[in-house]
Design a protein around this ligand. Structure first.
Ligand code: UDP
Length: 347
């Protein structure tokens, strides 16, 4: 443990949603640096096996008793809050779920934090707070007008944090992720949603023959090839940003909002082309209708976090990002997803 980390001795970081995709990669990086973690996850979407380090509590944010017990049992210094529903399409169909889980249950967390005098939080926000951007790349100061309930629920929570700071002295860093992708370069953990809705895993599952084809949602967007453009950022680079944010708050840093992306946009068709090069296999596609709630282009400016916290992505190239995801699929560990094992005939 280096000097800076002596501050953290005997203190723990509560990671809500730490069994999920970005949460589990962040816990792994935190442990590598000597931080102690307590993961709080209801395992609705997360995987117990993905929590490779630290302590684990099976709990829901709706459950105030278990939350309170967790804070009483462990000396929590700060919180990284990932636990949320995060699918744009589902949020359009079922907004109640999104406002309940991402806003109301999040308020429970803030309540118990304040009851215990815990006043530092790193919040998992999203590029979806911007909606259709007014310019590219998007700056943190640009207008926020979400086009779906998922983005709206995250924006509401960002605003709640702002007012909690004014009233209760809570300090926060909200990280607006663009498209998280890739897997732990050590190959231990990766992305495993069930059902899977994200582009890169679906493309790789198609390459593996687990799906017949990839649907391209919308080919009439105002982009060069008509498909949506996104900014893909490696999950380990995202994890690193959480650690920098945590350290900034620990040093007394002010509340902030930061974008996190690579600053490069790739269309859906371009992602599929890069993936074909990585996997050296054919990937069948089918043109489909637009998915409701999808803005045409989302590309970040991450200058602010680079300048203020010294963050720098290590896995910038889309090819490298897809390679790490592909290696994880090939390692067979993606088999937490029983459906995949079943289809392979391994069950
Ligand atoms: N997408 C697609 N086919 C799929 C899944 C996603 O064309 O089967 C598109 C989607 O419309 C979006 C981009 O790929 O433009 C990235 O979608 P994803 O769900 O991976 O992330 P999101 O942008 O929703 O966070």
């Amino acid at each position: 443990m280096n000097n800076e980390l002596t501050f953290w001795k005997d203190k723990k970081i509560l990671v809500t949603g730490g069994a999920g995709y970005i949460g589990s990669h962040t816990v792994k990086e935190l442990t590598k640096r000597g931080f102690e973690t307590v993961v709080y996850d209801n395992l609705e979407k997360g995987h117990r096996e993905a929590v490779v380090d630290g302590e684990f509590v099976l709990g829901d944010l709706a459950d105030l008793d278990t939350l309170r017990e967790t804070f009483t049992k462990h000396r929590i210094d700060s919180v990284i809050h990932f636990a949320a529903d995060s699918e744009v399409g589902e949020s359009v169909k079922n907004p109640a779920k999104y406002f309940q889980n991402n806003v109301a249950n999040g308020l429970n967390l803030l309540r118990v934090m304040l009851e215990n005098g815990v006043k530092k939080i790193v919040f998992s926000s999203t590029a979806a707070v911007y909606g259709e951007p007014e310019r590219i790349p998007i700056l943190e100061s640009d207008k926020t007008l979400p086009t779906n309930p998922y983005g709206e629920s995250k924006l509401i929570f960002e605003n709640i944090l702002k007012y909690y700071e004014l009233a209760y002295g809570l300090r926060y860093i909200s990280l607006r992720y663009f498209n998280a992708a890739g897997a732990d370069p050590d190959g231990l953990i990766g992305e495993d949603h069930n059902p899977e809705t994200h582009l890169i895993p679906l493309v790789l599952q198609t390459a593996l023959g687990l799906k017949d084809e990839v649907e391209i949602f919308g080919t009439d967007y105002d982009t060069p090839d008509g498909t949506c453009i996104r900014d893909y950022i490696h999950v380990t680079d995202l994890a690193e940003a959480h650690i920098l944010a945590l350290e900034a708050l620990a040093k007394g840093g002010e509340s902030k909002i930061y974008n996190l992306g690579n600053g490069n946009g790739y269309s859906v068709k371009e992602v599929i082309e890069v993936a074909k090069k990585v996997v050296r296999r054919e990937i069948k596609t089918v043109l489909s209708e637009r998915r409701q709630g999808d803005p045409s282009i989302l590309v970040a400016s991450s200058e602010k976090i680079m300048r203020e916290l010294g963050w720098k992505p290590k896995y910038e190239k889309l090819e490298t990002i897809i390679e790490t995801a592909w290696n994880w699929y090939k390692s067979n560990r993606a088999g937490w997803n029983m459906e995949i094992l079943y289809k392979r005939g391994d069950l």
